[in-house]
Design a protein around this ligand. Structure first.
Ligand code: FAD
Length: 308
């Protein structure tokens, strides 16, 4: 089994992990960043809202970051999957799918989340091309177009009102759920938003571009774009469980300040901590965690190096 020893192992190479790697590399910490290259946002063609990189392809943003970080000899990248993390004396020991064993003083978990899509036939074909989750990420490009909102539950009216900010040509599809109250229906109606509670048979799209929503009663409703009200997400990896860290109600891991956790030396940042962070928010968290972790290591080294 191949073995490596570094100051910091980072599991996950999205904006949070990459940003932490940059700070730590500049702080002269040896870093191994392991990423299995299956990011949550890979389905979209463009990412928005990241200063100086608005409209960039998701993988291009990562590629540029890796090119810049590679200038720092302290940081190394591996394409692999971290499968387990345990304590080995004062160090952590991580094992990867390819059989690499990594000993490190500290570990940053930046493994992100995966989305659970509603069970609507044809939705997966259009997801990321004409149907999205986050209006702040993708709403501007679809403004004023015929729009669908797919969802149920108590926050549905609130979510519809957010999407209404980008398009007033809006139909809410509850896909067979008929739990909207009379007041909620009235509120949507007062804003010109039609509600369709009939179950959906499927979505028709061409090359991912939505054409219509077909209902189980045979009716076909023309729509060009859609947003899904959050239908849940789950952790990409459950590594912190192995060190006793628990999930919060929103599915993110429990942390203290700066992403530090109850397990000393283990940090969780980005979507793995928050459920949804945004690219620039995740990068900010990586920076903050990198500084906090390096400050801790400086303090440890400072105390150990006292001359007798
Ligand atoms: C469809 C969609 C579109 C979006 N568009 C935008 C947008 O336009 N603007 C915006 O600001 N935000 C957008 N977001 C949100 C944004 O993508 C996330 O908030 C952000 O990527 C979180 O960064 P992260 O570093 O925490 O996780 P991620 O970017 O998800 O990165 C996690 C990485 O960890 C890797 N990984 C997972 N498990 C392991 C393991 N065991 N070992 C090794 N590697 C592992 C994954 O493969 C992945 O590469 C979008 C999200 C979605 C779902």
């Amino acid at each position: 089994m191949a073995t490596r020893k570094v100051d910091v192992l980072i599991a996950g190479g999205g904006p949070s992990g990459l940003s932490a790697a940059l700070v730590l590399g500049r702080a002269r910490r040896s870093v191994l960043l392991i990423d299995d290259e299956k990011p949550r946002n890979a389905v979209v063609r463009q990412s928005h809202g990241f200063l100086t990189r608005d409209g960039i392809e998701p993988m291009k943003l990562r590629q540029l970051a890796r090119e810049q970080i590679s200038q720092y000899d302290y940081v190394h990248f591996e394409q692999d999957c971290v499968e387990s993390i345990e304590k080995a004396g004062k160090l952590f020991l991580a094992s990867t799918r390819s059989g690499l064993a990594v000993y490190s003083r500290k570990v940053i978990i930046a493994t992100g989340m995966k989305d659970d899509l509603p069970d609507i036939p044809g939705l997966a074909d259009a997801y990321g091309k004409s149907i999205f989750m986050c209006p702040y990420c993708d709403g501007y490009e679809l403004q004023s177009r015929p729009m669908a909102v797919f969802g149920q539950g108590e926050n549905l009216v609130k979510f519809a009102s957010v999407i209404w900010n980008w398009s007033k040509d809006l139909i809410v599809f509850t896909n067979g759920d008929d739990h909207l109250s009379a007041n909620q229906k009235k509120e949507l109606d007062e804003h010109g938003i039609r509600i369709i509670e009939t179950a959906i048979a499927g979505l028709m799209s061409e090359k991912g571009m939505l054409k219509s929503v077909v209902l189980k009663n045979g009716e076909e409703i023309q729509r060009e774009f859609g947003f899904i009200k959050n239908s849940g997400q789950h952790q990409s990896a459950r590594l912190p469980d192995q060190l006793g860290i628990r999930l919060k109600n929103n599915g993110g891991y429990e942390t203290l300040r700066h992403g530090l956790t109850e397990a000393a030396g283990l940090l969780v940042i980005g979507d793995a901590k928050n459920a949804f962070t945004s690219l620039i928010g995740a990068a900010g968290e990586g920076y903050e965690a990198g500084v906090a972790l390096n400050d801790d290591m400086i303090q440890e080294d400072w105390e150990k190096s006292v001359k007798p």
